[in-house]
Design a protein around this ligand. Structure first.
Ligand code: CTP
Ligand code: ZN
Length: 153
């Protein structure tokens, strides 16, 4: 008997998006930023799964959903090694790694309370000054923030 015959598998989806290789402790954060509590189609979340590459990992399967660019950028900030799989008719139609862009628009909140982005209706924009671990600098007030200070909007 193959080992996987003993394992509970998460159902495949027909159409939608599978976010794979999420750090095990970030699955609920990803679910939160995508507002998945409100998703009305099939949704599966799994975490602490064994992974050859990561030790443990999480996976989120979202039927009938495509991610926007902004959503993908948010995922990149909290799960820099995630893979986004687009599923059509049960097949993986597209598979790509998320990537930290050179600039991150809209998704991060500036930690400087005096920053204009916290009082005026302007979008935030941060320059990425280091990718791993992530470090960014606000275009408006020049405040630098490292991974532990970064808050998503
Ligand atoms: N998947 C799914 N429903 C489908 C097809 C695939 O939920 N109809 C899921 C798989 O369970 C897996 C992910 O989508 O979590 C990617 O599928 P696949 O590329 O077949 O898996 P792997 O080769 O293991 O992916 P990788 O090489 O990226 O680790
Ligand atoms: Zn700022």
């Amino acid at each position: 008997m193959k080992p996987e015959e003993n394992e509970l598998r998460i159902s495949a989806i027909r159409e939608g998006t599978v976010i794979d290789h999420i750090p095990a402790d970030s699955v609920f954060k990803v679910a939160h930023i995508l507002s998945l509590a409100k998703h009305k189609e099939i949704l599966s979340l799994a975490t602490n799964l064994p992974s050859n590459v990561m030790g443990t990992k999480g996976v989120i399967k979202i039927a009938k959903k495509r991610l926007t660019k902004t959503e993908v950028n948010k995922i990149a900030v909290i799960a820099p090694h995630a893979t986004i799989n687009i599923i059509e008719d049960y097949k993986v139609k597209d598979k790509r790694k998320v990537a930290i862009p050179k600039e991150i628009a809209m998704v991060i909140r500036c930690s400087n309370p005096q920053c204009v982005t916290n009082s005026q209706p302007v979008n935030t924009i941060f320059e990425v000054t280091r990718k791993e671990p992530l470090k960014v600098r606000c275009r408006y007030c020049e405040r630098s923030m490292d991974a532990s200070e970064i808050e998503l909007k």
